[in-house]
Design a protein around this ligand. Sequence first.
Ligand SMILES: O=C(O)CCC(=O)C(=O)O
Ligand SMILES: [Fe+2]
Length: 349
Amino acid sequence: MAAETSPVLINQRPFDSKSTIISSHHSSVLTNNPNDSIIVAVDDIEIPTVDYTMLFADDLDKRSIALEHMGQVCEDFGFFYLVNHGVSDSTFEGVFKGISEFFNPTEIENRKQYEKKNPTDRIRWGLRSSPGGENREYLKVIAHPQYHCPTKPAGFSEAMEEYFKRLRVIVNGLGKAVSKSMGFEECYIEKAFKLDSGFDMSAMNVYPPNVRSKGSIGVANHTDPGFFVSLIQEVNGGLQILSHNGDWINVYIPPNAIFINLGDQLEILTNGKYKSHVHRVVVDNNKVQRITVATLHGPSLDSFVCPAPEFIDEYHPPAYRGMTYKQSLEANGDDEIDAQSCIEQIRIE
Ligand SMILES: O=C(O)CCC(=O)C(=O)O
Ligand SMILES: [Fe+2]
């Protein structure tokens, strides 16, 4: 996640931060801080849905329609809601119960054992509360190829492990489906990203953090590295994504659907055909607490990712420099577990 130091807030018209405004299809976030700008996003652009089971339907006609739809969605949007994905309701419940117990407001001191120690940390906790920057409490864990998680509270690690196991099935499934949607053999992505040892980092987030948020930004504008990001949440509202057309869209995830957002390494591999989209989180004046789990599903750390020959021709010269996934995660002096994007730096102008 490459959070810019100063978030870009979109003001679509001159405004007075104390007034209520904006046309009917816009929603706004007003803060008590007169220095904060209003953050505007639209509600009326529908985010497409992909039915996971249809991508593998026995009926070949249905399967090919579903794959074609997914290919179109990846190209035209770059993000979608995934339904019928096989994560059970009880798994969702276990995950959110475990996370809310972990983030018990009276036990912040206990969590400090997971503050940044080494570049090789496999579990990392942080609490950010800043007027112009990030406002969230988070726990990051490496979920694959080796699984890491705090052992307390009881049942937390088991609940997360159950969820990550199913996510790995989805990673492999989407690897096949995306490959086929592009007209390639089904193991195309699996081979390019060495998905068997794919590097997955999961960020469990609480907004506002367990002290009141000091600004309206939860996480500033960024794209995420990886093949794709899967995101689940307990409460709707706060996540916004920038569309191809430059509109900020409010992401309202249907109950128990998974929001999928394509990552930087898929954009690089496809030489910009399937894009990684800028998104951000706004915190609505501390009104509602929102828990999310954003899992970045990456190539293996040693995968060398560059635009593939299949996506290069005289009209489409390579648009990114190649490097290993590990190098790209560390390109800005960050650690693997920070999972920061470096796509802006490796884009060839
Ligand atoms: O919590 C969210 O809604 C999004 C978080 C996010 O974008 C991230 O952790 O990369
Ligand atoms: Fe993100």
